[in-house]
Design a protein around this ligand. Sequence first.
Ligand code: PLP
Ligand code: ZN
Length: 416
Amino acid sequence: MSYARNLRCRECHREYPLEALHVCEFCFGPVEVSYDYDAIRKNVTRQSVEAGPASLWRYRDFLPCDSDAAIDIGAGYTPLIHARNLGKALGLPNLYIKNDTVNPTWSFKDRVVAVAATRARELGYEKLACASTGNLANSVSAHAAAAGMEAIVFIPHDLEANKQLGSSIYNPTLVKVRGNYDAVNRLCAELAGSHNWGFVNVNVRPYYSEGSKTLGFEVAEQLGWRAPDHCVVPIASGSLFVKIRKGLDELYKTGLLAEEPKTRMSGAQATGCSPVATAWQEGSMNFKPQRPNTIAKSLAIGNPADGYYSLVQLRDTNGACASVSDPEIVDGMKLLAETEGIFAETAGGVTIASLKQLVEHGKIHPDETTVAFITGAGFKTVEAVAEALNPALEIDATMSSFEAAYSALQPTEAIA
Ligand SMILES: *Cc1c(COP(=O)(O)O)cnc(C)c1O
Ligand SMILES: [Zn+2]
């Protein structure tokens, strides 16, 4: 039983039944799930959420599928930590990190896949598929394995070794496409027309994107049922960026938040793939597609599906959008690891470097309660940082060998 009522076009507001449909048949606008918010308001309380499982299914009443039949490998309900050390380094005493590196397949994509896979199975699909920049393929492969479904996952051919292995271990059909993500996505859109498969981010995309709302829900709950003042979110297609805010607004609409969220939403992109940041910096509401060239491969979408809505949200929430270079991304990964003990993938480096840039440009005020979203784990992208790290000491198994190597590390002391 779900409170989802229909799919509704974001542009012309035509309504459709809750089926596998991702664009309006009338105006080609994107369709989105809408709910019976009055019924949620009547039946769902902070206490009922808090009594739920320690996973995103504690928010089942805000999701478009039957949670009793959930494909559940434990996605969601990840830690929100008060990042005192990083906050001190950046001058943000109220900085929090939402650590989504600890999901079952080590990225936030487990949220969207948990919901999309569950809904796809309800709709009768026996095979799951996706067009992926890496993390989505990992998560679809894992959820399909747990559900006993077949997975066919499509990725650009040049992904990091561990992103490929992180799918292969679950034994999907892994398809490496000679082309970038935008080519992979075009191919999957064509295949979805001729194969009766649940492509989680194509024909069942409206359900997929609902999974991202749970990040907004959790952050508000973890702050004591309070919306943050400012969120900094990495942007690939822009779906995550837009849906975090939808989550906060739904909590208010249903009475779980007492005050209307005023949360400012800021975006983070790599300069080598920055269609949204570039349009924003030029003051345009129309982004130009780009050909990606960055180490942040999980964010390398040159023609983002929700690019326009991301720009609308930046404008409407008084946010800002940063773009950061590859060396800044590496520095961001190191800074987060060295201050907070969190090893993020390149997308996390984009977020931290962007956070730093936004502070330096005066876009984030020091007293704002700010949440930076760390969406994927660092072991997936070791290539990006391996050469930027201090080498280990290699020694013989003797005291003297250790002392010699260790003292050679210490800065020589000045003689008074
Ligand atoms: C997919 C992804 C994102 C952003 O996804 P959207 O397409 O913008 O929703 C952010 N971080 C990581 C690590 C990802 O894999
Ligand atoms: Zn429409």
